[in-house]
Ligand binder design. Structure first.
Ligand SMILES: *Cc1c(COP(=O)(O)O)cnc(C)c1O
Length: 249
């Protein structure tokens, strides 16, 4: 395991005050514009992929395997960044449709971008998706038998290594506060959307370590709070075992 980081994102992203919204809400509201981390590959996933794809290259891998919903932002970011690094991408995308032939998947949104990037798409059912760890391990075996060296990235890039991207994002906010941005003092609260838990784990670790905010609220966009609490706790433990600086926070 390595902590090398590829400079893939356009960083630092702006810390922006939407003044009319802040006024309407009666809050000193600031936005970390992580929608601006890049072009078509932009979004929050790129920060996790800076660590994960560095590890893939360092391990001598020539291909990546990952998964997500049919219009997964994570799968799209992985497909585009893998192509730019010369890695082949295999994406397992969950569909509720009956037709599992990827050639007939509607060419819209992220699926269109996945295909433009040259990624191989395999459609799987929600039942198969629940077994995604096994499905991806089997595919990795298949690629190894064909002489390739695959690297498996979990859903959302959310493991301990990926979450370091959001520890670093909090270090980035700390530098912005030190420059006097957003009043130069810590926030009361960081709020973010939570889909696979890696962002939540990294923000929680980084917000404490870099004194960005004493409280983090992860808003679950799928699954229930209890499932996420377990997932986030596991990712935090993994991150701590990789990065000794995160031990006592
Ligand atoms: C993936 C994603 C999230 C959630 O991040 P996780 O680390 O998967 O919890 C939030 N917002 C957007 C736009 C995303 O694509």
């Amino acid at each position: 395991m390595t902590r090398r980081r590829l400079p893939l994102g356009h960083l630092p992203t702006p810390l922006h005050q939407p003044s009319r919204l802040a006024h309407a809400m009666g809050l000193d509201l600031w936005l970390k514009r992580d929608d601006m981390t890049g072009g078509a590959e932009a979004g929050n996933k790129i920060r996790k992929l800076e660590f994960l794809l560095a590890d893939a290259l360092e391990s001598g891998c020539d291909s990546v395997i990952t998964c997500g919903g049919i219009q997964s932002n994570h799968a799209r970011a992985t497909a585009l960044l893998a192509a730019s690094l010369g890695l082949r991408a295999l994406l397992f995308l969950r569909t509720t449709g009956k037709d599992l032939n990827p050639a007939r998947a509607p060419l819209v949104g992220n699926v269109l971008l996945d295909k433009l990037a040259g990624a191989e798409i395999r459609l799987i059912t929600p039942a198969e998706y629940r077994e995604r760890t096994r499905v991806m391990a089997t595919a990795a075996d298949e690629l190894r038998r064909a002489g390739m060296r695959p690297y498996v990235i979990p859903e959302g890039g959310s493991n301990g290594l990926g979450s370091l991207g959001y520890v670093e994002a909090m270090a980035e906010v700390r530098k912005q506060l030190d420059l006097g941005l957003a009043g130069g003092k810590p926030f009361d609260l960081v709020v973010h959307a939570c889909g696979s838990g890696g962002t939540a784990a990294g923000v929680a670790l980084g917000a404490t370590r870099f004194e960005v905010a004493p409280e983090v609220r992860a808003m679950a966009v799928c699954d229930d709070a209890q499932t996420f609490e377990q997932t986030i706790e596991r990712i935090i433990e993994e991150a701590r075992s990789i990065d000794g600086r995160l031990k006592e926070s």
